[in-house]
Design a protein around this ligand. Structure first.
Ligand SMILES: [Fe+2]
Ligand SMILES: [Fe+2]
Length: 337
């Protein structure tokens, strides 16, 4: 956020825009104005503000709808929205919260109330910006680790995509889906702490080397632990190599100790490992991948229902992979010699 923050004021009445300008401009906020929903969305996309003061009654669409669009878009969802309404109505407030608005103001706007709400929303935006910067740094670390090796380029991004897809089909709620995305992107961040000589060893690993590789789960958890926003994804990072029969790592968890989202990520990760080239073998064909998963189900490593859903999606995932011509990748060798 630059300076005192940029505020987009949306109202179809010129006089209301002027009132807002007279109250906010002296506080050093940069202001932009829009008089209907279409103009608001256009300005939002062109130059995203730090806060939106959004009139509920607009000529082309109501504020609730605009708010819903904003909050449903990854690029704009963290911009706080204060709904401004002349209808002081409980049902309006409920509708507003349902559209994920951050706060409300009632017309005629009280100057002190407006300034207090604006201040607190901009404070939240500044914190979110900082958080996003920290997350971007972590994603950049992951990409840096993957970029060192043509076999791992894009692995985390694909795992995130597969895990989200499987999560949706397995009926997970939106907040879990977003954790699967974040967890997929960061699940192997701990590899940053594994020596290159082990991480990129072209042949099979010795038992000692495999012990070193296992550490990436615990290192990854430690890296992300200080970020409070990462709380929900720590189990995904630590436990993505756990298996239901207790043979996984690092904790040898079994059965119900492994949550469904962790199992989903494990399947997505394994799928990408199997369908990726390795220095000593090409990616596996679909039939072989399916037969390996079926064997894992027989051995009670993966959940049968989850694998059944995943198998239906495998062809689509491969199609996506082919259409984007993503280079083949290699997950680290998952079994010791
Ligand atoms: Fe991993
Ligand atoms: Fe992985």
């Amino acid at each position: 956020m630059k300076g005192n923050g940029k505020i987009l004021v949306v109202d179809d009445e010129q006089k209301n825009l002027l009132i807002m300008e007279s109250l906010l401009a002296p506080r050093g906020h940069e202001l932009a104005f829009a008089s209907d929903g279409a103009e608001a969305i256009q300005k939002l996309n062109e130059d995203p503000p730090d806060l939106i003061l959004l009139d509920v009654m607009l000529p082309d669409m109501d504020g609730f709808k605009i708010c819903k669009i904003l909050k449903g878009n990854e690029a704009t969802r963290l911009i706080p929205v204060i709904l401004v309404t002349s209808l002081y109505d409980v049902s309006d407030k409920i509708k507003g919260f349902e559209s994920d608005a951050d706060d409300f103001l009632t017309k005629p706007v009280n100057k002190h109330e407006l300034l207090a709400r604006v201040r607190s929303c901009l404070r939240i935006k500044a914190l979110n910006d900082r958080l996003e910067r920290s997350e971007s740094v972590l994603y950049a670390f992951v990409q840096a680790v993957e970029a060192k090796d043509r076999y791992t380029v894009g692995h985390s991004e694909r795992v995130a995509k597969y895990a989200m897809d499987l999560g949706i089909l397995a009926g997970q709620d939106p907040s879990t889906i977003s954790q699967l995305k974040q967890g997929g992107l960061l699940h192997d961040i701990g590899k940053i702490g594994i020596p290159d000589s082990v991480l990129r060893k072209p042949g099979p690993l010795t038992a000692d080397e495999f012990e070193v590789i296992k550490e990436h789960t615990v290192i990854g958890e430690k890296i992300c632990m200080p970020l409070r926003s990462m709380g929900g994804i720590l189990p995904l990072i630590r436990s993505h190599h756990e298996r239901l029969d207790g043979t996984g790592y690092p904790d040898g968890l079994s059965g119900d100790e492994i949550s469904l989202p962790v199992q989903i990520l494990g399947i997505a990760d394994t799928f990408d490992a199997l369908t990726s080239d390795r220095p000593y073998r090409d990616s596996m064909p679909l039939e072989k991948v399916v037969s390996i998963f079926n064997k894992e189900v027989e051995e009670e490593k993966f959940d049968a229902d989850l694998v059944q859903i995943a198998c239906q999606r495998f062809p689509y995932w491969l199609e996506d992979l082919a259409s984007k011509a993503i280079p083949g990748v290699r997950e680290v060798v998952e079994t010791p010699v």
